[in-house]
Design a protein around this ligand. Structure first.
Ligand SMILES: Cc1cc2nc3c(=O)[nH]c(=O)nc-3n(C[C@H](O)[C@H](O)[C@H](O)COP(=O)(O)O)c2cc1C
Length: 217
């Protein structure tokens, strides 16, 4: 069993955020196995476990997909960079710091030593708006397990305009969909810290939509 950081569950939850500045240093195979073994403890409808996890380390494959990712990045964010940089987080933009980190990832994606693509069988053949429910619990397990190993990760999807190309390149079955591309690496910059979110009181509805309660105390 590879060494994990002794970290409490809530400490892990409160310090797992997107880390996009990654070192190229390799991640041992037994650590990757440990992350995936934790990931697959997550739930799926009917416990169907219709997933597969593609681990990509080949530089040529990463370079090809990274080009497709950059196309997605440019279409969504890169083409109006100045406007995006000026937009505050939550106001239709990522916020300056996040934008710059996402831009960095877009231009250095292939340098992340390991990518993992969670793949869900049947998701392409039978489109279902809730398909992701049967894998994203696992994906979050993966991110938390990476945190416990001191490995940074980000859930990404900007490659998805080239879904069919990615599937062909990686030999993924036709009925399946890639659900994300998660670049993994030891952090080069940035640290594990609390993700900033709207307050829980603002997003909690007690009994029915719109019913709020004041925080206790
Ligand atoms: C469905 C989904 C798609 C995402 N796609 C990308 C992406 O393509 N590139 C990227 O850099 N981050 C991507 N993210 C990461 C989000 O930008 C990130 O989770 C969000 O900004 C919050 O960041 P934080 O956890 O560091 O606070 C994605 C997240 C989700 C849940």
């Amino acid at each position: 069993m590879p060494e994990r950081t002794a970290i409490g569950l809530f400490e892990a939850i409160y310090s797992t955020r997107a880390l996009r500045y990654l070192k190229p240093d390799p991640i041992p195979d037994e650590v990757i196995r440990d992350l995936l073994d934790a990931a697959i403890r997550g739930p799926s409808g009917g416990n169907t476990q219709g997933w597969g996890w593609v681990v990509v380390t080949d530089s040529a494959v990463k370079r090809e997909i990274a080009e497709w990712y950059r196309e997605g990045w440019n279409a969504a964010y890169g083409r109006n960079r100045e406007e995006q940089l000026a937009r505050a987080a939550g106001e239709g933009g990522l916020g300056r710091v996040n934008y710059l980190s996402a831009e960095h990832l877009a231009y250095h994606l292939e340098e992340a030593p390991v990518w993992i693509l969670p793949v869900l069988r049947g998701a392409a053949a039978r489109p279902n708006p809730r398909a992701g429910s049967s894998i994203y619990g696992c994906v979050q397990n993966l991110m938390l397990a990476a945190r416990a190993h001191g490995i940074g990760a980000t859930l990404t999807t900007l490659y998805a305009g080239h879904e069919e190309d990615v599937k062909r390149l990686l030999g993924i079955p036709e009925d399946a969909l890639t659900m994300a591309l998660i670049p993994l690496g030891y952090p080069a910059r940035g640290r594990f810290s609390e993700p900033k979110r709207r307050p829980v009181e603002e997003v909690t509805h007690w009994g029915r939509w719109g019913e709020r309660r004041r925080p206790a105390g």
